[in-house]
Ligand binder design. Structure first.
Ligand code: NAG
Ligand code: NAG
Length: 461
């Protein structure tokens, strides 16, 4: 498709029409009109370089060597993790706010700087490169360390989901993103191997921006749907797939999520997402190993709900595929207003749907929180309801009753999500927001040291 023929579509996206089936009642303000052509001059050149393989060589120079990552020792292969029915459930955390900035996770990174800086794009845009780079390097080095991997493993978890932006692999001329995070991804994978954790690499920010959220790298922009950015995304997946299918990552990088949360709630987007998944599957499988140890091809439900995707990629011809469905009851006014009984009942009602979806295709709840409010941070949340006192921030200010509630909510959610292939909580650590933090929950006791340990029995009975 030529850019000109895309314009009507982009304009229709810009009207913010709700698809009606998405679970989000709000939409971030979207700028989808202003520039599919911004990068046009780069298209040919970029593609040529990518296809010539020059890109890969150039980028790999900047990456850690095997010796840096693994030392001289040859590590024995990691044990296999089998996904799906009758196997160990996925139990994990995302390393949110690390290789993709989110202001609600690390507000200190955004404090006292240009107020136009709201995401990683503007972080590079409205400061000098040296300042942005220094801040990011410090953050990447300190926010997640080997000690976190040790603690995640000690908490009985078996997965880490690592969000990363496309800009770790390539940036086009004119894009202000700062590179350098790839080294940290690779080092994290080496730590995962050491502590026997499995890694889901999650393309959290796609070229052009796939949802308008700050967590895509660029708030308020949805240009991932253009032909050019679709191609760039495929190129990045090609790079990821070729790299992480290598023997040294076998049974450590076990899943690749090809895009996080594309904006299925805009008309026209679900169709684009379907086509994208079909081609992305081919890209991942081209390098992916053969069954049964192949990389799990993981797709976001794009806010469309599990039933929308019924039958998609569940037939023969597709192996090792999974849906990642995010379950939050903190982003819409109805669910935020639930009382505790309703909130638990709602989770229990999801169990049936998840079990039904799991029969068709592996279903992982790849993001969720035990926070029952939208009180946290000043970042991505839209509809503050009720009194936030004693609900977020530092847990030393919370009542015992609230912590007991969080424990109950953790137990019911993990129980329900294990009717599918398992769960990955968002997120491991926050600067201020213990209700969203797995590590704070472990310290405070509202998250058990053994994830399956239940104090409150079967709350759905
Ligand atoms: C929403 O769901 C209904 C019923 O499942 C379906 O007919 C309709 O096509 C869906 N709309 C979109 C935009 O996907
Ligand atoms: C929760 O709300 C429902 C529906 O309004 C109500 O029937 C129930 O009594 C409430 N439960 C509590 C504990 O407040």
């Amino acid at each position: 498709m030529k850019v000109a023929t895309l314009l009507p579509l982009l304009l229709s996206l810009a009207t913010l029409s709700q698809a009606g089936n998405g679970s989000l009642p709000f939409s971030p303000p979207i700028d989808a009109t202003d520039a599919p052509d911004l990068y046009q001059d780069q298209l040919t050149r970029d593609s040529e370089v990518l296809y010539a393989g020059g890109y890969l060589g150039e980028r790999l120079e900047k990456r850690a060597t095997d010796a840096e990552l693994y030392g001289a020792q040859t590590t024995p292969p990691a044990p296999v993790f089998r996904y799906g029915v009758g196997t160990t459930k996925v139990r994990g955390v995302s390393l949110g706010g690390w290789l993709v900035l989110e202001s609600f996770i690390t507000p200190s990174m955004f404090k006292g700087i240009d107020p136009r800086i709201v995401d990683e794009w503007t972080f590079g845009q409205h400061q000098t490169k040296a300042v942005a780079q220094t801040a990011l390097m410090r953050h990447w080095t300190t926010w997640i360390t080997e000690a976190d991997f040790a603690a995640i493993a000690a908490a009985g978890l078996n997965h880490v989901r690592i969000p990363i932006g496309y800009w770790a692999f390539q940036v086009a001329t004119g894009e202000p993103f700062v590179q350098g995070s790839l080294f940290f991804l690779d080092r994290a994978i080496a730590w995962a191997a050491k502590y026997n954790l499995k890694v889901m690499i999650d393309l959290h920010g796609a070229p052009g921006g796939q949802n308008g959220f700050d967590n895509s790298g660029r708030a308020g922009v949805l240009k991932w749907t253009t032909t050019y950015n679709q191609q760039r995304t495929r190129n990045v997946l090609q790079t990821i797939s070729a790299e992480y299918a290598k023997l040294k990552y076998r049974n450590v990088v076990t899943a690749i999520q090809v895009i996080n949360e594309p904006a299925g709630y805009y008309a026209g987007v679900p169709e684009i997402v379907r086509k994208f998944y079909t081609s992305a599957y081919g890209i991942i499988r081209r390098h992916g190993t053969k069954h049964p140890n192949s990389i799990l091809f993981t797709m976001s439900d794009a806010f469309m709900g599990m039933d929308y995707w019924a039958g998609f990629m569940s037939g023969p011809g597709y192996t090792d595929v999974a849906f990642d469905i995010h379950q939050y009851s903190t982003f819409d006014t109805t669910k935020i207003a639930f009382n505790n009984t309703q909130r638990i009942a709602y989770q229990c009602s999801l169990g049936v749907k998840i079990a039904r979806s799991e029969k068709r295709i592996r279903t992982i709840v790849g993001e969720w929180t035990i926070a029952p409010t939208d009180c946290v941070g000043g970042g991505p949340l839209y509809s503050r309801i009720g009194n936030c006192a004693g609900k977020t921030g530092d847990s030393t200010q919370w009542s015992k009753a609230y912590k007991i509630w969080l424990r109950k909510f953790y137990e019911v959610q993990t129980q329900v999500y294990e009717q599918g292939s398992g769960w990955i909580m968002w997120t491991w650590r926050l600067e201020s927001g213990d209700d969203w933090s797995y590590s704070a929950g472990l310290r405070g006791g509202w998250i058990p040291r053994v994830p399956t340990r239940k104090l409150y029995g079967d709350q759905c009975a």
